[in-house]
Design a protein around this ligand. Structure first.
Ligand code: ADP
Ligand code: MG
Length: 311
């Protein structure tokens, strides 16, 4: 069973005023199995919010198909809205309402009968029971974020989507939100979240898709993605000017280069640092200095998003 199926999805924002038209999503294919925590990872402007807002019915797609819980969003938008809860990137509530009032109003909006409303249970889940009747404007930023999460769950949707849930929040709150998300997932809720924090994707997600310039460039189980992180890098400084690298070094994966130094990614299973050094010496260069470092997920992410730009 798939919670969300996205096929051939395109979005072009029309030109307006001084800004030209903008292709925000290009031929997106994404399948999110029920029960997973799925991370959509990408730099700012990659198209994450556009994709989420299409799911939420807030942005109209240009073409392609999206189905949520086996229902096409064009065929039955009411039904698809009922099956998804969205925590948008921006926080917006009426500051004069209390958290309980906000949840009651939202439940009313979704047609949840009074007897089935769970405002108090949701407030408890996000640790806001003692703020139930406070003015929302008196809540801290972190409390507001958690209230957004509760608000997205008033109609008990099987799918919860969070757009950059922890952007700009402190470590403690981040951990609380992650706990809330994990607890919901344990109860069977499928989670899709966007983030530009690698650590967030690494901690929380079962599967990770990386989006860059509106295209999905990687879509893998977390363990597969992390296994790419076995790599190392070596930085070598030489006596010669290497504005033009000797051709015999061109097959090495060069990360960065200056006039007298270069940094190479390598997989120790395929080539050792020693072999790289002798390759450099055989090419006629004299090594002055070198250092090595383990790669982390950040390097993998940068490498993938950078090579994508050169295509
Ligand atoms: P992300 O959430 O990954 O930061 P967005 O989906 O917000 O990315 O934006 C993707 C691209 O689409 C960006 O280049 C952004 O400037 C552009 N964009 C977003 N919303 C609009 C809009 N309403 N009109 C025109 N361009 C937009
Ligand atoms: Mg965004």
């Amino acid at each position: 069973m798939n919670a969300i199926e996205i096929k051939n999805l395109h979005k072009t924002y029309a030109a307006s005023g001084k800004s030209a038209q903008k292709v925000a999503l290009e031929d997106i294919q994404l399948t999110i199995p029920a029960g997973t925590i799925y991370g959509l990872l990408g730099p700012n402007g990659a198209g994450k919010s556009t994709l989420i807002n299409i799911l939420a019915g807030l942005v109209l797609k240009t073409s392609g198909s999206v189905s949520i819980w086996k229902t096409d969003i064009d065929e039955n938008p009411r039904q698809t809205r009922a099956n998804i809860g969205i925590v948008p990137q921006e926080i917006n509530f009426d500051p004069f309402f209390s958290p309980r009032k906000i949840l009651d109003l939202q439940a009313g909006l979704y047609g949840v009968p009074k007897a089935e409303r769970r405002s108090d249970e949701l407030l408890k889940m996000v640790g806001l029971s003692d703020k139930a009747n406070a003015y929302t404007r008196s809540l801290s930023g972190g409390m507001r974020r958690r209230l957004m999460l509760a608000k997205a769950m008033v109609h008990s949707p099987p799918i919860l989507v969070l757009d950059e849930p922890t952007a700009g929040v402190d470590v403690e709150l981040r951990n609380q939100l992650w706990d809330n998300v994990r607890a919901l997932n344990k109860k069977g809720v499928t989670i899709l979240l966007t983030t530009h924090y690698l650590q967030e994707a690494e901690e929380l997600c079962d599967r990770i898709a990386i989006i860059n310039h509106g295209k999905i460039i990687v879509d893998e189980d977390k363990s597969t993605l992390l296994s790419r992180v076995d790599g190392k890098e070596i930085r070598i400084r030489v006596a010669e000017n290497i504005t033009h690298l000797p051709p015999s070094l061109k097959d090495l994966s060069i990360k960065a280069k200056t006039e007298d130094s270069f940094t190479i990614y390598f997989d120790p299973k395929l080539i050792t640092a020693g072999q790289i050094i002798s390759k450099v010496q055989t090419a006629g260069l004299s090594i002055i200095d070198l250092s090595t470092k383990d790669q982390d997920l950040e390097d993998v992410f940068l490498r993938l998003t950078r090579s994508d730009q050169q295509d």
